[in-house]
Design a protein around this ligand. Structure first.
Ligand SMILES: C[S@@+](CC[C@H](N)C(=O)[O-])C[C@H]1O[C@@H](n2cnc3c(N)ncnc32)[C@H](O)[C@@H]1O
Length: 425
């Protein structure tokens, strides 16, 4: 059995040929033994901070949003939060810190495929773990009345990387070997679903420009819908709307977070750095509607947290620092100064995923409540209020399956990248 992910990748590529970047990313983050997220979770060994790990105020403010939802749903008991990729259970911990909150109706279901992370979550919750349950996937448990919640998760869904070549054609990035080193090569699109997007985006790109396409959003939103008998979907993540999401230049929006900080070389030290890209909020909105949800306002995290009362409850330093809080002792609401190692995820030099940041991830709730219809698109964020008659769910239909099959032949060589030498890990 290969000792490192690099060795395993080398063996696989030697025996079956270059793999689309999306498959490489799946292994780099979620390989059962060596994947970055199989062995790490924010708050425990990762190389950046997420908002819930920085301050318990984030979870406390989410608790207010959940309370609004509970009221709007008619105070159901139980009221279950289905949290996907819940990290170290910081949101759940803060939301459940007051005993008897929501008249004792609150329950938490973690969707977590890694047993080791499940253990960390149990420990973090202490006695509140009695109100929690765990499932490896969204579709393995009966539907609930409540909310499906995902904070900074969708940006870690494996994505395809596409590039405009010198002939004006959009091609896909594959991972190949040159000697012992991982290198990138351009090849044909590996999934039929990419063709329409490629045609749409090509005229807007210059030679060498890259962009990412995540094909998992539709299926995931459908599963989120099926996980709910009644309730809301709340997603907080970095993202942008079309066409801006595609127009980020030669590197696209891909970023890595590893021991050396933020970078843009995902082939370096596979399994030892995070790989992420901005979420296409336009594609997400379409997927959410196709899954039967009604869009509500999509806004910046900053505006959302302020609407929940951040200005009244949080210590002044949380909201007052431009760029937000870089790191804080978990479980210590009074200490909010940056820790020396803290890094934030997000655009370089730009918004950060913390309260008080100028921007931060967009937050969006999609529910099935009666609301006034109103849709408005801002320059970077989408603001929407949607109308629902509260009727039965429109189930998503006609989703096209992702075309699988053998890796197509690689036709062109492009941008070989320096990569980890063999045996470096
Ligand atoms: C950046 S971390 C965020 C963790 C936490 N929500 C936070 O804000 O601190 C992303 C997490 O999502 C998990 N994840 C990604 N895709 C997932 C999926 N389809 N189902 C469950 N968890 C997933 C990863 O394993 C990882 O733990």
């Amino acid at each position: 059995m290969p000792e490192s992910l690099l060795q395993e990748l080398q063996e696989r590529i030697r025996s079956t040929g270059p793999m689309p970047f999306v498959d490489y990313m799946q292994l780099a983050l979620y390989h059962p033994r060596h994947g970055y997220y199989t062995t790490r979770v924010p708050g425990h060994g990762v190389h950046y901070a997420t908002a819930p790990t920085i301050t318990p105020w984030f979870g406390r403010l989410v608790r207010r949003e959940l309370h609004r939802m509970w009221e709007a749903l008619g105070q159901p008991d139980p009221f279950t939060i289905v949290e996907v990729g819940g990290g170290l259970a910081d949101i759940a911990g803060a939301a459940m810190e007051e005993p008897g909150w929501l008249a004792g109706a609150l329950r938490w279901r973690f969707i977590e495929r890694c047993g080791r992370v499940q253990e960390l979550q149990r420990k973090r919750l202490g006695t509140a773990a009695e109100l929690a349950q765990w499932a490896p996937a969204l579709d393995t448990s009966p539907p609930v009345v409540g909310c499906v919640l995902a904070n900074e998760v969708l940006d870690n869904f494996p994505f395809h990387r596409l590039q405009l070549d010198r002939h004006g054609e959009v091609r896909e990035v594959y991972v190949d070997l040159e000697g012992e080193c991982l290198v990138e090569r351009l090849g044909p699109l590996s999934a039929g679903e990419l063709v329409d997007t490629a045609r749409q985006v090509a005229p807007r790109l210059q030679e060498g420009d890259r962009f990412e396409v995540c094909l998992e959003l539709e299926g995931w939103c459908r599963q989120a819908s099926q996980a709910l008998e009644r309730g809301y979907l709340l997603i907080v993540d970095y993202g942008d709307v079309e066409p801006d999401i595609w127009l980020q230049g030669r590197a696209g929006s891909l970023k890595t977070y590893g021991p050396g900080g933020m970078g843009q070389d995902p082939l370096r030290e596979p399994g030892r750095q995070d790989i992420t890209a901005d979420v296409n909020l336009s594609a997400l909105a379409r997927a959410v509607e196709a899954a039967g949800f009604q869009p509500q306002p999509l806004t910046t995290q900053r505006a959302w947290l302020l609407s929940l009362g951040l200005g009244r409850v949080a210590p002044r330093r949380i909201r007052g620092r431009p760029g937000g809080v870089a790191g804080a002792g978990r479980g210590d609401p009074g200490r909010i100064e940056p820790g020396p190692q803290a890094r934030r995820r997000g655009r370089a030099g730009g918004p950060v995923g913390v309260p008080g940041g100028e921007g931060g991830p967009a937050a969006s709730g999609w529910g099935r409540q009666r609301r006034i219809a109103q849709l408005e698109v801002g320059d970077r964020a989408l603001y929407a209020r949607a109308l629902s008659d509260g009727g039965p769910l429109r189930r998503a239909g006609g989703l096209r399956p992702r075309s699988g099959g053998a890796t197509p032949p690689i036709e062109a060589v492009s941008t070989p990248r320096s990569a980890s030498p063999a045996g470096r890990r």
